[in-house]
Design a protein around this ligand. Structure first.
Ligand code: SAM
Length: 302
């Protein structure tokens, strides 16, 4: 009865999701959304610098040579390629971004990239600028930005779980605030394992909260899997899976990767009373496990 009431409450959401299952409708909807722009505040230098710094400091120590000469893939960059661009400034050999929604118009906001070169060159050590580019970054940020942007490849619409990029083509793969939006997180991890060269490294910041209301970050654990799937499966802008920390660890390991780092970047309070309301799958988990609502995971392909 409770499930029936919830399904009725979810009616409009389910109808929208089912409509988006039609490729023509989905294409039209995503192009419209993309035209509205992704998130203007993320097109300022602070956000891409922060994203780059988080992943670069996590990944560089895990790989011989750090970022230098690496083929880098970013999954789900959103409205700009700032973080991948900074990987090139740090000496990466190539930078590829792929996204299921074409959020970036062209290569994104033109003014951002020279501004990133200028901002990063204030602190070349922190932002790991390749020694060969430090002088050029100071003297000619516009020219260098243009050159580096010409080397960013943007692929869309591409679902990471279905990409046909060649096996063993990447040294570094990263994503930021994306994994929770993947309809098929297991298939996406299988692809990451396929795309990485041996000894390749990967890092992912994942927001495990129910994005509908951040004040109730675990509310979505109450709904059964079928209801959650039929209301979210075709909506890459919404949270499509409810995987918890242990499920990420298990899947990366299952696909032949060693999880070298798994930080709980956000936590909340969960009580036994709250857990009793969750679906049985989540009831099996400890309160500590459920309290984790954000992770930074890094892994190396064996
Ligand atoms: C919340 S946004 C994060 C964007 C950016 N990384 C940031 O930090 O702002 C999630 C991104 O993942 C993309 N995305 C969702 N599902 C995807 C999939 N299956 N394959 C590739 N990209 C996907 C979305 O289109 C969007 O660009």
């Amino acid at each position: 009865m409770e499930d029936m009431k919830t399904t009725i409450k979810f009616g409009a959401t389910i109808a929208k999701n089912l409509a988006l299952g039609n490729d023509a409708i989905a294409g039209l909807y995503q192009r419209r959304r993309a035209k509205q722009g992704f998130s203007p505040e993320k097109d300022q230098t602070e956000y891409p610098l922060l994203v780059f710094h988080k992943h670069a400091t996590t990944l560089a120590p895990l790989r011989k040579g750090g970022i230098q000469q690496a083929d880098v893939l970013e999954i789900g960059p959103g409205g700009n390629a700032g973080a991948s661009f900074l990987m090139l400034l740090a000496g990466a050999k190539s930078a590829t971004c792929l996204d299921v929604v074409p959020w970036m118009q062209g290569t994104g906001p033109d003014a951002l990239y020279p501004a990133l070169v200028e901002a990063a060159s204030q602190d070349p050590v922190k932002y790991q600028i390749a020694p060969s580019l430090v002088e050029r970054a100071r003297a000619d940020p516009q020219g260098l930005a243009r050159e580096l942007m010409n080397r960013v490849t943007y692929l869309y619409p591409v679902d990471i779980a279905k990409t046909t990029l060649p096996a063993g083509s990447q040294d570094i793969i990263f994503s930021h605030a994306c994994f929770e939006h993947f309809a098929d997180p297991g298939g996406s991890i299988a692809q990451i394992a396929r795309l990485l060269r041996s000894d390749g490294v990967t890092s992912h910041e994942v927001d495990l909260r129910d994005h509908r209301d951040f004040d109730h970050p675990l509310e979505f654990l109450r709904y059964n899997d079928m209801l959650w799937t039929i209301s979210t499966s075709h909506r890459p802008n919404g949270v499509r899976n409810r995987w918890r920390r242990s499920e990420y660890r298990a899947a990366f390991e299952q696909h032949g990767m060693e999880v070298v780092y798994l930080e709980a970047s956000q936590k909340t309070t969960v009580t036994e009373e709250m857990r009793r309301l969750y679906q049985s799958h989540f009831q099996q988990m400890s309160l500590e496990e459920l309290s984790v609502i954000g992770i930074l995971l890094a892994a190396r392909k064996r």
